[in-house]
Design a protein around this ligand. Structure first.
Ligand SMILES: C[S@@+](CC[C@H](N)C(=O)[O-])C[C@H]1O[C@@H](n2cnc3c(N)ncnc32)[C@H](O)[C@@H]1O
Length: 266
């Protein structure tokens, strides 16, 4: 009987007049709390560069960030990626582009003013070797802007297994921020600033009405019509595509997180 009374009280609370009041509060909180930063705001992490300075986009893919850095700063920027096809596309956009592994950069020590490394460290098998190699090429006072996606304890083990398998992520990636924090500590780089970024970019994209809503619809379709989609795409691509599409909801739910660092070589 007591439970019934508690249930009635709970239902009255949820569906009675207080609902409207809280709905109005939520709307006013949307107006009063800090709006999310846009994707390109990450470029504000970059410190002023000397005129003609050398920048490297490590793991650049086709170099869309390198192009933006070059537009904002009076610098030379080189795109570096392991995938040759991406380097061909970067070169077509007028970027010096080199096919190489960031764990063995074909760059002399102490020459770069900036290394930009966005959303790629999570692919490397050994983050300590990679961060130490990125630090090696920096001049004294040079900057490494590092932006990495991590798993969090809110990601359930089965969700983690499926994501890691689908995307061939390295084993360390199941262990949250710690392996990268340790790699930074061992690199000797000075941490000037470290900030969680997620889920601001996804929130911004939803508010701006970009393609994220369609991505969610495709995710729903992949889930709902799994057999048909998996047969057409093949299992590996079905799993990969689904993993890319759950990335944003996982960031929004805090199952994944992204963190940006401003690091300087002493
Ligand atoms: C998720 S994409 C990110 C691309 C780009 N940095 C961005 O923010 O849009 C990851 C990129 O890292 C590259 N990559 C992965 N491991 C690498 C390695 N060891 N050395 C160089 N590039 C690598 C991949 O080929 C891919 O282009």
């Amino acid at each position: 009987m007591g439970d019934r009374r508690a249930l009635r009280a709970s239902l009255t609370e949820q569906f009675g007049p207080s609902y409207e009041a809280i709905e109005a509060t939520v709307e006013s909180l949307m107006a009063d709390t800090r709006p999310p930063r846009a994707l390109t705001d990450l470029l504000d992490f970059i410190a002023p560069l000397p005129a003609g300075g050398l920048a490297i986009d490590a793991g650049s893919n086709r170099g869309k960030w390198a192009v933006q850095i070059r537009e904002r700063h009076d610098c030379r920027i080189v795109a570096i990626d392991l995938v040759h096809g991406a380097m061909v596309l970067a070169a077509a956009d007028g970027l010096p582009a080199v096919t190489a592994d960031i764990e063995a950069l074909p760059v002399r020590s102490g020459v770069a003013d900036l290394v930009w490394c966005r959303d790629m460290l999570e692919c490397v098998p050994d983050p300590e070797a990679a961060v130490s190699e990125l630090a090696r090429v920096l001049k004294g006072g040079g900057q490494l802007v590092l932006y990495v996606a991590f798993t969090t304890p809110a990601l359930e083990p089965r969700e983690a297994d499926r994501l890691i398998t689908a995307l061939d992520m390295p084993d360390w990636w199941a262990h949250g921020r710690r392996p990268v924090q340790d790699a930074i500590a061992r690199s000797g780089l000075e941490v000037r600033r470290v900030e969680p970024i997620s889920p601001e970019h996804q929130e911004r994209a939803l508010l701006d009405g970009g393609g994220l809503a369609r991505d969610f619809a495709i995710l729903a379709r992949l889930q709902r019509e799994r057999d048909r989609c998996e047969a057409a795409m093949g299992t590996a691509w079905y799993e990969r595509w689904r993993a890319w599409l759950v990335w944003a909801p996982y960031l929004i739910l805090g199952k994944l997180e992204t963190v940006a660092w401003d690091l300087r070589r002493r």
